[in-house]
Design a protein around this ligand. Structure first.
Ligand code: PCA
Length: 221
């Protein structure tokens, strides 16, 4: 059987005192499944600025995946947020899991100011909404580890000339988490977010098939 490649799907470990991170659960749930005949390979990324680039490098140290979807938790957001842009800046409101609180620093001192998502943003949001899942295009992924992940992945693709769909999705809390919160914040059910992740991967893959020569939407250069 010909190898039809794989989709790299990542989540993040818990951070900021939370016991779980829905993005890691989603990645785990979809690991090994197939979407449009393409296998999903999942990984969990560290909320640790020193380790994050090493881990991304390790994950991309092989043949190019067909698509990359990186997931993270955005506490308090009300819907699935398809991120439009990653900026070359770090400014942490809370320390990372290694206790580092970075202020006002670039991710890569010589890197471009920003990278635009390589996911089909509008189609993704439309397809999620059509399935009854609240979603929107977000214009900021924050200045913490998720933005850094999106930036580093897109930077790596630009450097290697890998013309594949890739980008970042922020998900809200899951219902199960907010039940323990003093003042429960916005959440969506885990099953709905699982469905959303599948739709996002499928949309990314569909776009590659219809537009194999999609222009590189990368830097500010
Ligand atoms: N959310 C954080 C980092 C890890 C995660 O899941 C963020 O939004 O940057």
């Amino acid at each position: 059987m010909p190898d039809s490649g794989y989709v790299l799907l990542t989540g993040f470990e818990p951070f900021g005192g939370d016991l779980l991170n829905p993005s890691a659960l989603l990645a785990e749930r979809l690991h090994g499944s197939e979407i449009k005949g393409v296998r999903i390979a999942s990984a969990c990324l560290p909320v640790d600025l020193a380790r994050l680039p090493v881990e991304i490098e390790r994950l991309l140290d092989g043949p190019s995946p067909r698509a990359i979807v990186n997931l993270g938790l955005a506490a308090g957001r009300t819907a699935v947020a398809v991120e439009r842009v990653a900026v070359n800046a770090l400014d942490f409101n809370i320390p990372d899991n290694a206790g580092q609180q970075i202020r006002d620093r670039p991710i890569l001192p010589d890197g471009p100011a920003a990278y635009l998502s390589r996911l089909p943003l509008r189609q993704s949001v439309e397809r999620l909404r059509a399935r009854g899942i609240p979603a929107y295009i977000s214009d900021t992924a924050g200045l913490y580890l998720c933005n850094a992940c999106m930036y580093l992945v897109l930077h790596t693709l630009a450097q290697r000339g890998w013309d594949i769909p890739a980008g970042f999705i922020h998900v809200p809390f899951i219902l199960e988490q907010t039940a323990q919160q003093e003042a429960p914040r916005a959440s969506l059910p885990l099953d709905m977010l699982t469905l959303a992740t599948g739709i996002l991967v499928e949309t990314a893959l569909a776009e590659t098939q219809t537009q194999p020569l999609r222009q590189v939407l990368s830097s500010t250069e």
